[in-house]
Design a protein around this ligand. Structure first.
Ligand code: ADP
Ligand code: ZN
Ligand code: ZN
Length: 675
């Protein structure tokens, strides 16, 4: 890692230390006159209150504002060389600023857990590398015209900052474009970072990388053991891993010769961290590319509206793949108007007939519903009592195998009551649909067929997802049922029917991004079907077949849909035309939460009334979760700079307000949802 150090600091007496604590400032410590000179990015051990903590040197200075007798010395400097490179430190400083998070929290999240906990930087071993260097290199396909244009643009931008939005449906050849652009970057001895939404779901993609390249490749994701993760991180940091494929947090991986970043399925919600520092790995990747002066490629079949807006503003360059590489066709859509239809527990008879037709031909059907369990509520037929969660403002979901009530928000599990707890009636009915219920209906309809259900409940065991995916490819199951997990990144060539059980919940949601997410899901799921020679059909169950957004999507495609939604957003003054942030607070009582948010709002009203608007304070969509109350204040502005000024002031307020000490608070800039 020798190449990455900051210029050495001279022996200044005060170290500015970033700590992972909810205070938005650095902390001063005395540098011992004996011993090593601290450098930016080195880890230190310090005493903080009654505890010792691991922190990071963010700088040194000649003096401190803290009175000398209150200053404590650094207990130890843990690194001989900085553990965070200069460019990552700079990126973390940007993120701390942009997301209004403590620098120490951003830095801690950027490192593997073992380094965060203060373990020594170990010797680097190469056993985490997938490939060893061998002369043989797999050859790529001959590119079609559009692919060639895309690769040429990306390669021409090596060494400068450009953001590309690579746009093409599943199977259009995006991965082939990545691979051939990466091949050129590797020839220039550059490192490449490839971000993917979830690694367990992309074994085929990883296989293509390892088949193609004779360079060391490492994976970085949460399913690794901490030891493996550290080893892989080190290989990237010392530069011996030429390609890093990883999930969200690998956007912070130290890579001294980084020359190209790819963000695959860049619209995917898993790039947004929803707790701790609320960052978007996609946006951090673009910022990293900017700071390092390198190109970044955002790939998707269904770009987020933010990305499409950036394309329309000429900030990003669009690259299109219209022709489908290979022989695959995109399936065609069928809308199933289920108004007045006979439903068998939520599935209409017509859909069951269609599944039967596919079965006769030995083809697979995939049914999609983004709700696990049997039914979302259990209701008393007599008095309408619904089994509530004791800890949340929510109801218990009924599960059948094993038969239990679950709260999906706090994981409380209860036995299913035999009688109504309000009127003692023994007629308790499940209402609404979950994946288990779909499975039960189809088992009844097709008693001799094996059905595979894939959701969080059936894939808890490590490796089970991989085994199921293999079983699908081996065509051991003709009927597949799944949640969102099954919608991502898989290519099932024998699936010729996709059923979307419930489109209406996405069409009518209070979340302003809900329609965007529904459209992305429909197109993604459609991409699962009809690969290879067989074309597929996508059947969508809805009570709103004439909904304009749905018809635009199905008749004119995602881009026309996106244009329509963007026009609506402009009209309604919603992002990306305005800038939004949410301040969330949690605590054991509701009143103090409301009080502090009201105080925060008053501050904005006095100083930013003309530039920043506030909505709230209001209870979060689910006010009580896991015994804790949640309140929020929504801020928005026509200008990003104004929003950030207000946020900076509010984080100062929360950092210093006495009443904030007993509650948890967080800032979510560019929220993915308003939950
Ligand atoms: P995407 O990443 O957009 O889903 P892929 O790059 O995986 O698309 O391409 C889909 C399939 O077509 C893959 O099997 C790939 O090997 C093949 N393919 C990609 N580009 C070409 C090409 N130019 N000629 C022939 N086959 C191709
Ligand atoms: Zn009752
Ligand atoms: Zn609960």
């Amino acid at each position: 890692m020798q190449g990455l150090f900051m210029t050495e600091l001279t022996h200044l007496p005060i170290a500015k230390v970033a700590l992972d604590v909810p205070l938005h400032r650095l902390f001063d410590y005395i540098v011992p006159t004996e011993g090593p000179i601290p450098q930016e990015g080195m880890r230190v051990r310090v005493s903080f209150g009654a505890h010792t903590k691991i922190g990071f040197i963010a700088g040194c200075s000649a003096q401190s504002d803290v009175p000398a007798h209150k200053l404590k010395p650094l207990m130890a400097i843990l690194d001989e060389i900085p553990c965070i490179s200069a460019d990552i430190l700079r990126l973390c400083c940007w993120a701390a600023n942009y997301y209004h998070a403590p620098l120490g929290a951003v830095l801690a999240g950027a490192l593997p857990a073992r380094l965060r906990q203060g373990h020594a930087l170990p010797e680097i071993k190469s056993d985490g590398v997938i490939n060893t260097i061998q002369p043989l290199l797999g050859v790529g396909h001959e590119l079609n015209h559009e692919q060639k244009v895309a690769v040429d643009h990306i390669v021409a931008a090596l060494g400068q900052f450009r953001t590309f939005a690579l746009d093409g449906i599943t199977g259009s050849g995006k991965t082939e474009v990545y691979l051939q652009a990466i091949a050129i970057a590797l020839q220039q001895d550059l490192q490449v970072l490839v971000l993917v939404p979830e690694i367990g779901l992309t074994p085929q993609m990883i296989a293509r990388f390892t088949d193609r390249f004779a360079v060391p490749i490492v994976l970085l994701h949460s399913r690794l053991t901490e030891k493996q993760r550290l080893a892989h991180w080190l290989l990237a940091a010392e530069g011996s891993a030429h390609i890093v494929i990883g999930t969200r947090s690998s956007v912070w991986a130290v890579m001294p010769r980084l020359g190209l970043i790819i963000v695959d399925e860049s619209h995917d919600g898993s790039y947004k961290q929803q707790d701790g520092v609320h960052y978007s790995a996609r946006d951090v990747a673009v910022q990293r590319a900017y700071q390092n002066n390198i190109p970044v490629v955002l790939g998707s079949a269904t770009h987020s509206l933010d990305t499409l807006y950036n394309v329309s503003e000429d900030r990003f360059t669009a690259l299109f793949l219209h022709e489908r590489a290979g022989k695959a066709k995109l399936g065609c859509f069928k809308v199933l108007d289920i108004r007045n239809e006979r439903l068998q527990e939520g599935i209409c008879t017509r859909l069951i007939k269609e599944i039967a037709k596919r079965m006769e031909k030995g083809e697979q059907s995939l049914l999609f519903l983004n709700r696990r369990g049997f039914s979302p509520i259990l209701i008393c037929h007599h008095c309408a009592w619904v089994a509530p969660c004791p800890h949340c403002d929510s109801y218990m979901t009924l599960h059948l195998s094993p038969e239990r009530l679950h709260c999906h928000h706090c994981n409380t599990v209860q036995n299913k009551p035999r009688v109504c707890l309000s009127c003692n009636s023994d007629v308790l009915m499940p209402v609404g649909l979950g994946t288990e219920r779909i499975e039960a209906v189809l088992k009844k309809a097709f008693p001799t067929t094996e059905i595979l259900r894939i959701d969080k409940d059936t894939t808890r065991k490590k490796g089970s997802m991989e085994a199921y995916l293999q079983a699908i490819h081996d065509e051991r199951y003709l009927i597949l049922i799944g949640t969102q997990m099954l919608a991502k990144g898989h290519h099932f060539s024998n699936v010729t029917l996709v059923g979307i059980i419930d489109a209406d919940s996405g069409l009518f949601s209070s979340e302003f991004r809900a329609t965007e997410h529904l459209a992305q899901l429909i197109v993604q799921v459609a991409g699962r079907a009809g690969r290879a020679e067989k074309s597929g059909e996508i059947w969508i169950q809805t009570r709103n077949p004439e909904h304009p957004l749905l018809t635009t999507l199905l008749e004119k495609g995602y881009h026309a849909f996106a244009e329509g939604v963007l026009a609506d957003r402009k009209q309604a003054q919603l992002p990306p035309y305005t800038y939004m942030a949410i301040i969330r607070v949690q605590g054991s009582k509701a009143e103090p939460l409301q009080a502090i948010l009201t105080a925060a709002k008053q501050r904005i009203a006095t100083e930013h009334s003309s530039t920043v608007r506030c909505l709230g304070p209001a209870p979060s969509p689910m006010e009580k979760r896991d015994k804790v109350y949640h309140y929020q204040l929504l801020l928005w502005s026509y200008q990003r700079a104004h929003l950030h000024e207000a946020l900076a002031q509010l984080t100062q307020f929360f950092s210093t307000a006495k009443s904030a000490r007993t509650l948890r608070w967080s800032v979510d800039v560019d929220p993915y949802d308003t939950f």
